[in-house]
Design a binder for this molecule. Structure first.
Ligand code: ATP
Length: 453
């Protein structure tokens, strides 16, 4: 059976990610471990750029949000109170024929009969709840009293520290607490590359408010989050907002939107924006016996704030960025013949390497020296890459493929050999249009900074 264009596209993306050092399979030399991934030299830069931009726009550029960084392991009572210990599960079904372990919603239904999607077998077990939290033991004894879990979301650390943060941050409602960190879920069927992993990172905001502000702030945050994705280079056309229907929403939520992205393997969730009412704080107040109330100076009232939560996945957004950016177009090779060019059209803000510096020839000392001088000039401001190997066209292609938005070529004109007026100017090439402009070296840092910020 021939593969669909989207399957082929996804395969090309996965292959590029490995070949160029964005994403590797975890523990690969030992055969890997399902649902776990490592980020290579370029992947880690992309991921950091994403997290830094989220932090910048959520925390640094606002007066009403502060950050925190909670621990991954917490007291087990947190997970009892939040409901995760009892209910954070997916219904699981086993196929007795091929032994596949499946999520109940992945079972295919052919003419009213349930079938295993792997082997087509019909001998399936009844669905049973499978808790997605990884259990572990804290301390030297492995018994009931030492059990806890790797956190399945970062949010609970924010709720249980609500009072401490409120006391030190001196914020008035509405205000938020933001956090980026690892979360772990023992997914029954990890799949679609990094999309469904067992270890991943979340960028979560808990935005606390008065009860009457909840619905309005849900709309506000949905719009803010859509703007965020556009500002990192994901077009509005590739995004979709799903209004989660009443019957699929958590019972305590008064409204939830899923922001979805058109991945090559289908439309899937990138982020959930949920109005969670006062459920979490109320649960923790009840279970801990500690007040998590807010005192309103003006009305002299005490109450438990409500919360709106935009919860985004770092890994899913990195994957969406790569999928959105992956392009093949036509460009002339060294001899002017058209060839296929692979380009990652990443937003300059997200690109791992911002600028590559190429001396035209590596055996011409003055060109190499000038190239190194430019690297030193740019390095305090951005991540730059120096490359003197191979034909210039090839060097451009290597950078196009990893999304470097700018290339600087140091040529004989830079040395002022042909025209004195061009001394200390370089050729600046833009990745997508391949347009070139002549720029003074002294003006280069400011020009690039304005384009990558
Ligand atoms: P899904 O329905 O896809 O399992 P979810 O609704 O359970 O996701 P949430 O609990 O709302 O997800 O988590 C918030 C965000 O965390 C998700 O929108 C997603 O970006 C990210 N996320 C959740 N589970 C995973 C996972 N297994 N791998 C990667 N990212 C994940």
């Amino acid at each position: 059976m021939s593969k669909s264009p989207d399957t082929q596209r996804m395969e090309k993306i996965v292959s590029l990610c490995k070949r160029r050092g964005f994403i590797f399979q975890s523990s690969e030399i030992y055969g890997g471990l399902n649902g776990l991934w490592d980020y290579g030299p370029l992947g880690v830069e992309l991921k950091r750029n994403l997290k830094n931009y989220w932090w910048r726009t959520m925390v640094h550029e606002r007066d009403d949000i502060v950050g925190m960084d909670g621990s991954i392991l917490m007291n087990r009572l947190v997970w009892k109170a939040s409901g995760h210990e009892d209910t954070f599960s997916d219904p699981m079904v086993d196929c007795r024929s091929c032994k596949a372990r499946l999520r109940a919603d992945q079972i295919t239904n052919k003419k009213g009969e349930k079938q295993c999607p792997t082997c087509g077998g019909k001998d399936l077990t009844e669905p049973r709840a499978f808790n997605l939290m990884f259990k572990t033991y804290v301390g030297a004894t492995e018994d009931e009293s030492s059990i806890t879990y790797l956190r399945p979301e970062t949010a609970q650390a924010i709720f249980v520290q609500f009072k401490n943060v409120l006391d030190v941050a001196r914020k008035k409602l509405p205000f938020g607490i933001a956090q980026i960190g690892k979360a772990f879920r023992n997914e029954i069927n990890p799949r679609n590359f990094t999309f469904r992993s067992r270890e991943f990172e979340q960028m979560e905001l808990e935005y606390f408010c008065r009860p009457e502000q909840g619905m309005e702030l849900l709309e506000y945050w949905k719009e803010e989050r859509l703007k965020f994705y556009e500002n990192i280079g994901i077009s509005r056309e590739s995004l979709h907002v799903l209004t989660v229907p009443d019957e699929e929403r958590a019972f305590y939520s008064k409204g939830t939107y899923d922001i979805e992205y058109e991945f090559p393997f289908g439309r899937q969730e990138l982020e959930g924006v949920a109005y969670r009412t006062d459920y979490d704080l109320t649960q923790h107040q009840k279970a801990s016996g500690k007040s998590l109330e807010y005192f309103d100076e003006e009305t002299k009232q005490k109450f438990i704030p409500h919360v709106v939560e935009p919860s985004a996945g770092v890994d899913r957004t990195v994957l969406a960025l790569i999928c959105e950016a992956y392009t093949e177009d036509e460009a002339p090779d060294e001899k002017g013949k058209m060839e296929t060019r692979t380009v990652l059209r990443l937003h300059p803000r997200m690109a791992p390497i911002k600028c590559a510096v190429f001396p035209l020839l590596k055996n011409k000392e003055e060109l190499v020296a000038k190239g190194n001088e430019i690297v030193d000039l740019l390095r305090p401001h951005m991540f730059v890459f120096y490359d003197e190997g191979g034909a210039i066209g090839r060097r451009y292609r290597r950078q196009d493929e990893i999304g470097t938005p700018f290339g600087v070529t140091v040529d004989f004109e830079t040395l002022g050999e042909k025209d004195g007026n061009l001394r200390d100017t370089i050729t600046l090439r833009e990745r997508d249009s391949m347009k070139q402009e002549r720029v003074k070296i002294a003006e280069l840092p400011a020009l690039l900074i304005s384009r990558i910020l």
